[in-house]
Design a protein around this ligand. Sequence first.
Ligand code: ATP
Length: 308
Amino acid sequence: MTLPPDQVSVRAPAKINLQLRVGAPRSDGFHPLATVYQAVGLYDDLTVREAAEWSVSLAGDEWVDLSAVPDTGENIAIRAGRALAAYHGLERSARIEIRKGIPVAGGMAGGSADAAAALVALDRLWDLRTSDHDLLALAATLGSDVPFALVGGTAVGSGRGELVEPLTDHGEWWWVCRFSQEGLSTPKMYADYDRDVPCPPEPVIEEALLDALAGGDAEDLADALGNDLQAVAFARRPDLAAAADDGLDAGAVAALLSGSGPTVLFLCRNADHARTVAGEMIARGHDRVAAVPAPVAGAHVLPKEPKL
Ligand code: ATP
């Protein structure tokens, strides 16, 4: 008989949107989306232990601003834990440690990664064996990007983004992420979009993107990238448009706003090229940059460190 573990650590990735197509708001206020998500090698790690009450502690890489992340029951990791416990009719709680490598409010769904990580970690800690179907359904109640953080890889997202369907992706992609200290409000981005594009077409993913992913060629992928929120974000924040130009001048194959921003992404040809572009960006005064591979796995349990 194996004893249940006394702690479980889970790693969950950031996401980017290779295409983000936004329709007109529905009657419930949500915008229908057609998107292709890709999980990138930038992670939050989360560790859970059984405890008498819910609590969360936060740590993070130097560029991650933790001041906007609640350390109360408002934290989405605790909300995920409560939802899982309630689903199984349990009255249990846990202490959750989060180490954030994903920038906060960066358009890379760091909170969603934490929610997905909490679901996977607590499911293992409590030996609940929740089915994938039910875990995805619970994830969707927590946020539009949470199901994708469970699935990872590359996937089509529809509905509000919560309905995910894995995609064939033969690429070994490399991205340079250029983070921004100043945030960009997601509701404002959507409000600007509704004003500037009052009658958007039904959101659909273009076939060329699916072909580019299956083909694995960076130039083809560059031609197929697109984010409907990019124009409004760059209009509100000319510094982001300037950063995009800097990355293209530095030799990136394409520049793309990440989700609703403000992170700007640069597609590169391979790891060496990504390091060169990142170095060039730093030389131009963009001090918060990271070169990351994609696609990577969704939320997954980390092996226990061996006891020495
Ligand atoms: P998206 O791309 O899904 O719009 P984002 O990457 O822009 O998300 P997040 O980092 O997910 O933004 O956080 C958005 C807000 O959620 C934060 O400003 C914070 O107030 C709240 N929040 C709650 N829990 C967390 C968490 N564990 N990590 C980060 N933010 C959290």
